[in-house]
Design a protein around this ligand. Structure first.
Ligand code: ATP
Ligand code: MG
Length: 174
C-alpha cells in the first residue's frame, strides 16, 4: 500500500465507542488543518452535541444528518428515502477532493435492514479517490464490507450502564 493511500476503516461491534472513535479521528484531521465531511444515517440534525462543537471549526467540518428521532417507528418508506438521500451525499463526498476524510456514521444499520446493498457500497468505495480516508460505523457490519476494509475494529461490550437502567446522557451518549 502506498504511503498516501486513503484507508477504509470500519468500527463495528456491540460496545460503546464507534461514533466517538470516528469523531476523535475527525478532530485529528481538523487539527492538522484538513477538512472532514460527516454523513449521519438515521439521525436528526443537531441532536449530537459533538456536531454543535464541530460548528466552531467553520468550514473545516460539515455534517449532513438524515433521519428523525424515532426511526424504527417510522414507515419503511420514510427510512428508505432518508437512506437514499444520505447515500447520495456519501457518493458526492467520495468524489469531492476538499474532504480527505469522510465519515459515514451508522451506515451499517442501513445495510443490516437492507435499505442499501453492500455490493453497491463496496463498488463505490473501490472507485473512490485514492487518497480518500473513509470511516464507516455501526453495529453488524456485513462480512463483505469487512473484507475490503483496510482497518477493522470491533468494539466489544464488557459492561454498559444502560443495563443498570441508566438512560443515555447528554455529553456522554449524545
Ligand atoms: P457512541 O456514540 O457512544 O460512541 P456507538 O456509536 O458505539 O456509541 P451505537 O451502536 O451507535 O454505539 O449506539 C447508539 C447508542 O447506544 C449510543 O447512545 C451509545 O452510546 C449507546 N450504546 C453503545 N453501546 C451500547 C451498549 N452496549 N449497551 C447500551 N447502549 C449502548
Ligand atoms: Mg454510533
Amino acid at each position: 500500500m502506498k504511503k498516501n493511500q486513503g484507508l477504509v476503516q470500519v468500527y463495528t461491534g456491540n460496545g460503546k465507542g464507534k461514533t466517538t472513535a470516528a469523531f476523535g479521528a475527525a478532530l485529528r484531521m481538523i487539527g492538522c488543518g484538513q477538512r472532514v465531511g460527516i454523513v449521519q444515517f438515521f439521525k436528526a440534525p443537531a441532536r449530537e452535541s459533538a456536531c454543535r462543537a464541530f460548528r466552531k471549526f467553520g468550514n473545516k467540518v460539515r455534517v449532513w444528518s438524515f433521519g428523525g428521532g424515532f426511526t424504527w417507528q417510522a414507515a419503511r418508506e420514510t427510512n428508505a428515502k432518508a437512506v437514499a438521500a444520505a447515500w447520495a451525499q456519501c457518493k458526492k463526498l467520495l468524489r469531492d477532493p476538499r474532504y480527505p476524510l469522510v465519515i459515514f456514521d451508522e451506515i451499517h444499520i442501513a445495510l443490516k435492514y437492507k435499505f442499501l446493498e453492500t455490493s453497491e457500497i463496496v463498488n463505490v468505495l473501490k472507485k473512490r479517490r485514492a487518497a480518500k480516508h473513509v470511516i464507516l460505523t455501526g453495529r453488524g457490519a456485513p462480512a463483505a464490507l469487512l473484507k475490503v476494509a483496510d482497518l477493522v475494529t470491533e468494539m466489544k461490550c464488557v459492561r454498559h450502564p444502560f443495563r443498570e437502567g441508566v438512560p443515555a446522557r447528554r455529553g456522554i451518549e449524545f
